[in-house]
Structures are given as structure tokens and as C-alpha cells.
Ligand binder design. Structure first.
Ligand code: MRU
Length: 339
């Protein structure tokens, strides 16, 4: 059974609650866009492409919730939902990309009946979801060429099936390489403070039977120094026109370590993650999350309640540290010039 974190069933949106993994596999059902926005904010669904797909279905739910009898009244309700969904998380551009696509779909139906718009919006969300899975499989097929036989691959955060509509970006490349027998070991960074590596990537590795070993983030340099890493591959939340890449906090440190140890550092991401309107990574908005994520590890408090905290959820890896960017349209190498 493939992992399906986001799907439409029985007239509702279903999200696999990622806050409960790896201990419990609970599917939550959503009939209101406001609850989907909440699910995005609280990380029930997370990962750039998965957030975009969930938000697209959020717009579908908004159209169904609306009692509008005219196109204009429905368009006003949709605009409220799109703004509300857009206000959830600032860094992953896939969210805004998907919402814009839903907005344009609705605008293209100006004057039509609310029922016709509802039907068409659902079809668009389903297409976004299907395209994401296809893009991930294409990324896997391209990326596998970069993976040496017997590869020991390090990854940070979770850019797997859980972070997308299915199959994954960075883990898509790893899955494709594993299917061809090329993967000896995946080093999984635990990814403090929310533990997307240990809770989610390790869970996917166990689910697929891919050989892996979990390490604390602070061990990444040490395993590279021991010559135990052949390549790094991560996902991305937003890629600027020059290739600078925002991804989970800690990615930048891994890229610096990789350069020092002459280990190739790859980013795998679909074109929906590229924001060509931004010249460089300096312009990428970085989400700051609650201090409690840092003061606690799970339910355990591991810092004084009064200690001030800085908790950026993402950092920017400069293009100069990125060996290549793997996309559904092929592999891009520096100098990056996305338009
Ligand atoms: O805070 P998260 O869990 O949404 O952050 C996720 C990441 O940083 C992923 O690496 C990125 O979204 C790529 S997912 C294919």
C-alpha cells in the first residue's frame, strides 16, 4: 500500500495525522476549510508539496461550505478561504502556488453556476495531487543517475511520501535508487526540534524496508569525516531564481559540512517549489515557530520555561553549496537561472 498523506474520499478531505507518527496512524476527516488551515498550521499535514495539495482541497471545501447562489457571492467566499489558507505558513511556496492555481480556475469560470464551479474546483485539486505524484516519480527517475552503486545517502527532515501527495522528492530519489538495488544505507538526521527525520523519515524507511540508520543532527559531520556518506539529498520549501534554497532548519549546516568533506549535496524539488519572482534566498520569508518546540522534546521539558528561544523553522542554503537540483524536468547544475 502506498503512503497517502492527503486524499479526497467520501466528499471529505482525509489527512494522515503526522503529529502522531510514528506511534499512531490516525486519519482525520475535514469538511471545513478553516479546519484544514488549522491542520496545516499545527503540522497535521506538512512538507511543501503536501501543504499545497491540502490547501487546494481546502478551497474545494470552501466552495462546498458556501451557500452562495451566484458566481460573485461564491467568488467572495472563496477569496476569504484562500486568504485564510495562505496565512497558515509563510515559507513553502507550494502553498501559494496551489492557492493561485485554484483562484485562477475559479476566475476562469466567471458567470457560471456555483455548482459548476464546485465540480471544476474538485477536478483541479485532484489534478494538482496527481501531478505531484507524477512529478515525484519523474524526479526519482532522473535522480537515480546521480546515485552511485552501494550508496550511503544522508538526508535531513522528511521529504518523503508524507511531505508530498505520494512517493516523495528527496525520498523519491532514494526510493527509485533502492528499487534498483543501489542503496546501501540512508543516514537519517533526526531533525530537531520537531523530529521530522526520526518520527517521519525513519517511519517511511521502516515501512519500505530501506536500510537506514538514525543519527542525532550533531553527528552528521562526524559520519562524513569518517567517509561514511557518498551523497546528501534533501527537499526544498522554496527555491529562488538563483538556486538559493530554503529547507528545514539545519539543512544549511549539512550543506556546509558536505562541501568541507567533498560530498555532493543535492536538492530534489518540483517546479512548484521554485519561486522565480525572488532573485535570491535573502527574500525568502522564514517562519518562526513557537518557543515550546525548542524548550521541550515531545512531552518532556528540556529547558527552563523562562529561557528565551529563537526557533526558525527553515534556513537558506546558498546555491554555491548545491551540486545539482533534481526536478521533474531533469537535473539542473550551477549557475542556476530559474525564470
Ligand atoms: O516544517 P515542515 O515539516 O513542513 O518542513 C518540511 C521540509 O522542510 C521539507 O524538507 C520540504 O518541505 C520538502 S518536502 C518534499
Amino acid at each position: 500500500m502506498p503512503i497517502e498523506p492527503v486524499r479526497w474520499a467520501h466528499d471529505r478531505l482525509e489527512l494522515l495525522d503526522q503529529t502522531l507518527l510514528p506511534l499512531r496512524e490516525v486519519v482525520r476527516h475535514y469538511a471545513r476549510w478553516e479546519d484544514v488551515a488549522d491542520g496545516i498550521r499545527t503540522l497535521v499535514v506538512r512538507g511543501a508539496p503536501a501543504i499545497g495539495v491540502a490547501a487546494a482541497y481546502g478551497v474545494v471545501l470552501a466552495a462546498r461550505e458556501s451557500h452562495a447562489k451566484t458566481y460573485d457571492a461564491l467568488a467572495a467566499d472563496l477569496e476569504t478561504a484562500i486568504k485564510g489558507l495562505a496565512a497558515t505558513r509563510p515559507t513553502a511556496v507550494n502553498l501559494f502556488w496551489a492557492l493561485e492555481r485554484m483562484r485562477r480556475t475559479a476566475l476562469g469560470l466567471a458567470g457560471q453556476s456555483p455548482e459548476a464551479v464546485r465540480v471544476r474546483l474538485l477536478a483541479e485539486a485532484e489534478t494538482i495531487r496527481a501531478e505531484d505524484i507524477a512529478a515525484n516519480r519523474a524526479m526519482g527517475a532522473h535522480g537515480v543517475a546521480l546515485v552511485p552503486d552501494g550508496a550511503r545517502i544522508l538526508t535531513h527532515c522528511n521529504a518523503g511520501a508524507l511531505a508530498t501527495a505520494g512517493y516523495g522528492t528527496a525520498l523519491g530519489v532514494i526510493r527509485a535508487a533502492h528499487e534498483r538495488g543501489k542503496v546501501a544505507l540512508v543516514w537519517v538526521d533526526e531533525t530537531r526540534p520537531v523530529m521530522q527525520g526520526s518520527r517521519l523519515t525513519a517511519w517511511e524507511m521502516v515501512y519500505e524496508g530501506i536500510p537506514h540508520r538514525l543519527i542525532p543532527d550533531v553527528a552528521a559531520g562526524s559520519v562524513m569525516a569518517q567517509g561514511e556518506v557518498d551523497m546528501v539529498v534533501t527537499g526544498a520549501d522554496r527555491i529562488a531564481a538563483n538556486g538559493d534554497t530554503a529547507n528545514k532548519i539545519g539543512t544549511y549546516a549539512v550543506a556546509v559540512l558536505a562541501q568541507h568533506h567533498r560530498v555532493p549535496f543535492y536538492v530534489a524539488a518540483p517546479f512548484s517549489t521554485i519561486d522565480a519572482s525572488l532573485a535570491s534566498g535573502r527574500e525568502i520569508p522564514i517562519e518562526e515557530r513557537d518557543a515550546s518546540e525548542v524548550r521541550r522534546t515531545g512531552a518532556h521539558q528540556t529547558a527552563p520555561e523562562d529561557s528565551p528561544v529563537y526557533n526558525p523553522a527553515f534556513d537558506v542554503t546558498p546555491a554555491a553549496l548545491i551540486t545539482a537540483i533534481i526536478t521533474e524536468h531533469g537535473i539542473f547544475r550551477p549557475p542556476y537561472r530559474f525564470v
